[in-house]
Each structure stands twice: as structure tokens, then as C-alpha cells.
Design a protein. Structure first.
Length: 479
């Protein structure tokens, strides 16, 4: 068994791994070597307290390795550990959680542990498996837990790749106080298990955990396990998959592996993620190459040099609303456009007042996306009116299809010398670090897949688009 990274077994500590293994046998699914290793480490006992040493277990595995079996075994073992124990299984949606739960209940009912279980409750939204000792296992959806403290003794967040950083942290923050309460009440250390295959650039909760652990920043009471192919390995090499996949040769063989690969025909990234446990960043390349960017520099235009040319203001918000960027586009008489970054604000709190001031001062319309991290600011700006009840901001109408064309139109404009950008250090950094992701034949800026702020370059892209989509009755002017 090879592991890409993770916690080593401390042989000086006893473990209840053998009891977990016996539980698996009684459920009719004996543990594989990798499952037994995880059970041994996660089940290490703190000799000073007589209970579990680790309060958090993070498990990253490829598909088709038996992760669900290990989760169900650990849940059952924990439920039978003592009376009135509370075990929860959390999935991306209630439907996902309930499907997993039904599979588990069916397995339990056929096993030698069935006499310890009562009749399960299978009504939608209220599923629960109770045991004769008063303990229960219950499936839940993310929306039922995020931000709420739930009394629990074991809690599994499965397919954690589906969570963004904010939601994941809300769940963990809600669990911390209840863990201390249950430890005091039962004398047994509660555990949170976080399990998943690697996700995408949008999997900010799981990505943050794994990146931190791989950098050596592992909390003392956290154990983690990372199975999958190394970064420099070829996911198309079946021998590499067989070597690093923890269930290869045990749950399936190379003939089945070839069949699995055919199911991912045309989806190389999906295959690498599923069977190599490799993160799919979904990024093709840098949006604007450095040579093109440097060749389209322009001198910043000060207000006294506008000379009556049409101006458009644009705003963009970074992921998690960390920053708001405001840019301007000046439409020249020959049809070319010069864009320049005006400001980068912290958060969005001061943005409505500043955007309103700029638009009012220069009598300029505003263009911005109305979805994603921009939605809240857009709605606030759209709702602002003067004493007569008229809107304070004149928006240039934009459809979803328009937003998908913004980036491509901007790069094309640079390539054809129709768009220039004023020199600015923050804008340069955004252009250098900004990446794109494809949607069919179109692409858009990927906020989570980029390595820096995207709002500066996004706001310039939007401003340039707005300059070519001014109302037909004439553009507003700067005076």
C-alpha cells in the first residue's frame, strides 16, 4: 500500500482499529489494507485520557476504493461504543446523503449486527437508524448544518470537494462547541471526519486543508491520509494507477480499469481526478500573454485630457467579496478604447458610495455583472435612488451571454490594437495572475482558479465592452 502523504501510525499508542476491523467483518465487508491502516491511526488512544487522540480525520482518496465502506464501518463502531451516541453523515445534498444511508441500512439489515439495530426510519427528510442502546446514525444535507451547532459524537463531511471555504468553515465552527460538550458528557472524544476525492479550483474548503497539510501545517489532533498518484505521474499510464490506487487488484483489476477509462472518453481531467485523485484546476492558461500585454500599454489619461470623449465606468468584485475594483474606458474618436484601473477597494462596503460618486462626477454609465460575487453590490447599486425616486446609476444592460463574450472580445481587441490599457501595477499583477476556464467554445475568467485578484482585469474587460455598447441615443460625456 502506497500513500501520497499523511499521518504515520504511532505504535506507542494503543488503537481500537482491531475493533473497527471486527465490525467490518460483522457487516460483511472486511477491511482492505488501506482501510485498516486508516482505522488504526484514526483510532489511536490517548493513554493520558483513555479516549481518542485525534479529534479530526481528513481522508482524500480516488474513486472505487471503498471509502463509503470505511465510513459506514466507523459510524457503526462509534454508535455501538456506548449508549445514546449521535452519529451524523453529511453529503452535498439531502438526496446524496439519503442514498448513501439507504445503502448502509440494507447492508446492516443483512449482517450479523442486525440484532443490535432497530427498524430504520426511512421517510424523506427524517431518516434515521437507531440501535438498541439508544444511539443513532442520521443523514443530513449541508444546508441543514452550515452555521448551526449540532450535538454529535461522530460527524462525517463526505465529498467535501463540493464545499466552498466559507460553508466548510461555518460547519466546523458550529461543531467545535458541541464537541467539548459531548466529550464532557460521555468521556469519549468526538471526531469529525472529512472525506473526499480531490475536487476542482472551486473546492476552496478541501483545497485549503490539503494544501496546508502538504506544506507541513498539520494540527496536533488531526490525522490525514492522501491516496493518489504523484504530481509528476502520468494518469494515462495504467500501471501507475494500479501502483498508487489503494484498491487496485482488490476491488477491481486492469481489465475493469480499461472499462473505467472508456467511461471517461474525452474527459482526461475527469479521469485523472477520479482514478488518480488529481485536482482538476480547470485552467487552460493565462488569459493574456505577457508580450501582448506589454505591447498594448498606454499613458494614463487624466480628467483634463478627456476632451469630451465618451466614458464608461465598470466595477467587479473578487471571489468571497474581498475586493472591489473600479475601472474606466475612454472611447476614442477612431473607435479604439483605452481602459484604466481607477481604484481597488477593500471589500464592498464603501463601493456603492464611491461608484456613485465617480459615475455622478463624470456623468458616466456603469456596467457590471449581476451574478456571482457581484450580485449583492449590483443589487444595492440598482436600488439606490435620488429624492425624485430616479435611479442614481445608469446601467448598461448586460445579459449572461454578453458576460461570456467579454473576455474574448477584450483579448481580441488587444491583439488587433483596438484596445490599450493604462500602465498600473495592480492591473499588471491581475493580468499576469488571471486564468481562464472554458465553457464549450467560450471562456470566462476563473476567479478561484486564478492566483491573485481578478477584479482589476475583469473591471477593465467590462468597461471596454461597455464602451462599445453605449445607448444608441448617444454616449454620456465627462465634463
Amino acid at each position: 500500500m502506497l500513500m501520497r502523504g499523511g499521518t504515520k501510525r504511532d505504535e506507542t499508542r494503543p488503537t481500537d482499529g482491531a475493533i473497527v476491523a471486527r465490525t467490518a467483518e460483522m457487516l460483511g465487508k472486511p477491511l482492505l489494507p488501506w482501510q485498516r491502516y486508516v482505522a488504526d491511526v484514526a483510532g489511536e488512544i490517548n493513554t493520558a485520557t483513555g479516549t481518542y487522540y485525534y479529534d479530526r480525520v481528513v481522508l482524500s482518496t480516488p474513486r472505487q476504493c471503498g471509502k463509503s465502506t470505511l465510513i459506514d464501518t466507523e459510524d457503526t463502531r462509534n454508535a455501538l461504543l456506548g449508549p445514546d451516541r449521535k452519529i451524523y453523515y453529511l453529503a452535498q445534498t439531502g438526496k446524496d446523503a439519503e442514498k448513501h444511508f439507504k445503502d448502509f441500512v440494507q447492508q446492516l439489515s443483512k449482517s450479523r449486527l442486525a440484532p443490535f439495530a432497530l427498524k430504520p426510519r426511512l421517510s424523506n427528510g427524517g431518516m434515521e437508524q437507531r440501535f438498541r442502546n439508544g444511539s443513532f446514525i442520521c443523514p443530513l444535507a449541508v444546508t441543514k448544518v452550515a452555521g448551526h451547532g449540532t450535538q454529535m459524537d461522530k460527524f462525517t463531511i463526505d465529498e467535501a470537494f463540493s464545499l466552498d471555504d466559507e460553508t466548510g468553515k461555518l460547519i466546523l465552527d458550529g461543531m467545535a462547541p458541541t464537541m467539548n460538550t459531548r466529550l464532557h458528557f460521555t468521556g469519549v472524544q468526538p471526531q469529525i471526519w472529512i472525506t473526499s476525492t480531490e475536487g476542482t479550483a472551486d473546492s476552496t474548503f478541501l483545497n485549503g486543508l490539503l494544501d496546508s497539510f502538504r506544506a507541513g501545517n498539520v494540527p496536533k489532533r488531526t490525522c490525514w491520509f492522501d491516496f493518489g498518484i504523484p504530481d509528476d505521474a502520468d494518469p494515462e499510464d495504467f500501471q501507475t494507477i494500479l501502483k498508487w490506487h489503494p484498491a487496485a487488484g482488490l476491488l477491481w483489476d486492469i481489465r475493469q480499469l480499461r472499462d473505467f477509462r472508456e467511461q471517461f472518453d474525452g474527459n482526461e481531467a475527469g479521469w485523472a481526478r477520479a482514478f488518480g485523485n488529481r485536482r482538476d484546476n480547470g485552467v487552460a492558461e493565462r488569459v493574456i500573454h505577457d508580450q501582448l500585454w506589454q505591447s498594448t500599454l498606454a499613458t494614463p489619461i487624466t480628467p483634463d485630457r478627456i476632451d469630451g470623449r465618451p466614458v464608461v465606468i465598470a466595477a467587479a468584485v473578487d471571489v468571497d467579496a474581498t475586493n472591489t475594483s473600479i475601472s474606466a474606458a475612454i472611447l476614442d474618436h477612431d473607435g479604439t478604447v483605452t481602459v484604466q484601473l481607477l481604484e481597488v477597494l477593500d471589500g464592498t462596503g464603501m463601493a456603492p458610495a464611491e461608484i456613485t460618486r465617480i459615475c455622478d462626477t463624470y456623468h458616466a454609465p456603469l456596467v457590471m455583472d449581476c451574478k456571482g460575487p457581484n450580485a449583492d453590490l449590483h443589487d444595492r447599486l440598482a436600488s439606490m435612488t435620488d429624492e425624485a425616486g430616479d435611479p442614481l446609476i445608469d446601467f448598461i444592460a448586460m445579459q449572461s451571454s454578453d458576460y461570456l463574450a467579454v473576455g474574448q472580445a477584450f483579448v481580441s481587441g488587444l491583439q488587433n490594437k483596438l484596445i490599450r490599457h493604462a500602465a498600473d501595477a495592480e492591473l499588471d499583477a491581475s493580468a499576469a495572475n488571471c486564468a481562464r476556464t472554458w465553457s464549450g467554445d467560450a471562456w470566462r475568467v476563473t476567479r478561484r482558479g486564478s492566483t491573485g485578484l481578478t477584479s482589476p482585469i475583469e473591471s477593465c474587460m467590462l468597461a471596454s465592452w461597455g464602451a462599445h455598447h453605449l445607448p444608441s441615443d448617444g454616449a454620456l460625456q465627462i465634463f
